[in-house]
Design a protein around this ligand. Structure first.
Ligand SMILES: *Cc1c(COP(=O)(O)O)cnc(C)c1O
Length: 382
């Protein structure tokens, strides 16, 4: 059978005419930095995730940095992070002068393994960053039970719209963080969000985001004495999102639930169609969870597979199908392995996830023929 060759990306942002039109207003009015559009985006995001405060920033990486700074994390403190995540979860801890301490993950879910937490806690441990990897929430009840008294910053980079036992990501810890990078389900080009239900932390975030200024630029411009600069009582950052991004975010956020529902439908289709491949484990959505389906991370069982994962990825690439390892094991990256003298096998769950995970294409521009093409290519690997 000869069939038409397709090109299927691992992910594609779903933006178009509406997002393009949304950029027009800030460009025409000239209010380009954080202003009315960012405020609207924050309000919509907070409402959708059922949290009191949402503070838009430049990325999830800066969101995590700012969340830790708001908690007062600094030199001498230790922060628990999963060993299998995007590198910036750990980098953000170092930005604060604190020390990241790795916790192993469960390769079944790719999330932090709650049984590996307790023995990593010391007198210096101040916070824990559970990651809701690929949009599946971490097992927050088990994590909280294993880490009593620690401050919790969720890394929900992939988890906009995801929930756990009826509570949305972003409201499961002291602070939540999100990404709007084009690889995530909704995007503003680059961008991030910090959420919290704590009014004090909410107020701190506003100040830290804007160089430590005691009032925002918008408030100053519209206030009685716009010619006076505000006071700066803390060292802050410039992590402000632009109003162009905010305007795009408002439009994207309206589509988030439909994007997730569509991805969930195709995730189920993949699961059914790929069930007969005994060497490929497809991801699951445990009862009580709403998966965000940022990607579709599978696990290649090399004991049963006809070849190694990387050779499977090579075959798929030659068919025009993009795949990627789920993410990387941070403890195996040169910088961290050398800095802390860690061996790959020190975190066996993360090592296995690093070596055998394989995300296959899932995004909102794929059509049934694309999914069938990926499924046929996987089934033909023998
Ligand atoms: C994408 C991602 C990040 C980084 O997000 P940016 O917005 O690109 O900084 C952090 N953590 C996880 C788990 C991610 O997937």
């Amino acid at each position: 059978m000869t069939k038409e060759k397709r090109t299927i990306h691992i992910a594609l942002p779903c933006t178009g005419e509406e997002e393009w039109q949304a950029c027009k207003e800030p460009l025409m009015t000239g209010w380009l930095t954080s202003g009315p559009k960012v405020r609207q985006f924050e309000g919509d995001f907070a409402k959708m995730h059922n949290v009191d405060h949402a503070c838009a920033v430049t990325s999830c990486t800066t969101a995590i940095h700012m969340a830790l700074a708001a908690l007062g994390v600094g030199p001498g403190d230790e922060v628990l992070v999963p060993a299998f995540t995007w590198v910036s979860t750990a980098n953000a801890v170092l930005y604060c002068g604190a020390t990241p301490v790795f916790v192993d993950v469960d390769p079944e879910t790719f999330n932090m393994n709650p049984t590996d937490i307790a023995h990593r806690i010391t007198a210096r441990t101040k916070a824990i960053i559970p990651v809701h990897l690929f949009g599946l929430c971490a097992d927050m009840d088990a994590i909280k039970a294993a880490a009593p008294g620690l401050k919790i910053v969720e890394d929900g980079a992939c988890a906009a719209g995801a929930s756990y036992k009826g509570v949305f990501a972003g409201g499961l810890g002291d602070l939540g963080t999100f990404s709007f990078h084009p690889r995530k389900s909704v995007t503003t080009g680059e961008g991030g969000m910090v959420t919290t239900n704590d009014p004090e932390l909410g107020a701190k975030l506003e100040i830290l985001r804007n160089h430590g200024a005691s009032i925002s630029e918008e408030m100053r411009h519209h206030g009685a004495k716009p010619y006076l600069l505000p006071d700066f009582n803390v060292m802050g950052f410039n992590y402000r999102m632009t109003d162009l991004q905010g305007a795009v975010g408002v439009v994207q956020l309206k589509k988030l639930n439909a994007f997730i529902d569509e991805r969930a439908k195709w995730a189920q289709y993949y699961k059914e169609q790929l069930a007969e491949i005994d060497w490929l484990r497809t991801p699951t959505e445990p009862k009580g969870y709403r998966h965000g389906w940022q990607s579709y991370p599978c696990f290649v069982d090399e004991d049963k597979a006809p070849m190694k994962r990387n050779d499977i990825m090579e075959i798929l690439k030659n068919e025009g199908i993009a795949t990627r390892p789920g993410t990387h094991a941070v403890h195996m990256l040169g910088f961290y392995a050398q800095k802390y003298n860690i061996k790959p096998e020190d975190f066996p769950g993360a090592q296995a996830s690093n070596d055998f995970s394989m995300s296959i294409p899932l995004h909102n521009k794929m059509e049934k023929e694309d999914f069938d093409y990926v499924i046929a290519a996987l089934k033909s690997i023998k």
